[in-house]
Design a protein around this ligand. Structure first.
Ligand code: HEC
Ligand code: HEC
Length: 185
């Protein structure tokens, strides 16, 4: 009688341990799925920014450039890459504040951190497409699918290939180059 109880207890302990192990396994899978669907950079949640800075091109997320870069861009809107993107002083100040406080070096999102790390401090680029990290991510895309692709033309056109760019999601699985289909490298 005693031994049988002993075996029962051992089995119970094993069973509980196994259950815990299985449950742990499940939460891990669930969490890794959660991570994968977390945006690479925080999406734009400022209506004024989306309107004003999304009028001519994709409204780039603030987390794609460090604060110094946004300061430089916002300090020279009347000569913005050859265009005049000047705003009323109060709008300019409001958008500048939004960009700076959500800049790549002020947040902790995955891609923002990598962008900042790739800059090694001193550079103040005004193009996302000239960031070492972004250049590196795209250096294998052939001209045929980029510059010579009438539906893309320029790397600046993030949303042409990144189907969830607007949500701040840039991972490879969500890339679809027009005329190029799913990307697999
Ligand atoms: C009148 C049109 C216009 C408006 C409005 C505008 N932009 Fe631009 N922007 C441009 C042009 C043109 C380029 C250069 C595009 C190219 O070379 O492919 C550009 C490029 C950029 C780039 C660099 C993209 C790259 O290649 O990495 C950033 C960043 C940018 N704009 C931010 C802003 C912000 C912030 C605002 C709002 C304050 C804004 N833009 C409003 C026309 C505009
Ligand atoms: C011509 C289509 C195209 C355009 C335009 C484009 N990308 Fe990409 N992007 C890709 C492809 C393809 C990859 C995957 C590269 C690889 O890993 O081989 C990628 C990778 C990335 C990654 C890394 C994702 C990962 O899972 O490692 C980031 C971040 C990114 N792009 C951001 C941007 C941003 C920001 C812009 C706009 C300034 C942009 N891309 C414009 C095609 C494009």
């Amino acid at each position: 009688m005693k031994t049988r109880n002993g075996i029962g207890l051992v089995l119970l302990v094993l069973f509980v341990a196994l259950g815990q192990w299985a449950a742990n396994g499940e939460t891990e899978i669930f969490e890794s799925k959660g991570r994968a669907s977390r945006p690479d950079v925080a999406p734009v949640r400022n209506e004024q920014y989306a309107q004003e800075c999304g009028a001519c091109h994709f409204a780039y997320q603030p987390g794609l450039l460090p604060a110094a870069s946004w300061e430089k861009i916002m300090g020279n809107l009347s000569d913005h890459f050859g265009d005049n993107a000047a705003l009323a002083p109060e709008d300019q100040a409001a958008l500048r504040a939004y960009l700076v406080s959500n800049a790549a070096d002020r947040v902790s999102d995955k891609r923002s951190e990598r962008i900042v790390r790739s800059l090694k401090g001193k550079q103040v680029p005004i193009r996302i497409t000239e960031l070492p990290y972004i250049v590196r991510q795209h250096d294998e895309i052939p001209k045929r699918l980029l510059q010579e692709n009438k539906d893309v033309r320029s790397l600046s056109n993030c949303a042409a290939c990144h189907t969830l760019a607007e949500k701040g999601i840039y991972d490879e699985e969500t890339v679809k180059i027009p005329g190029g289909g799913q990307w697999d490298d």
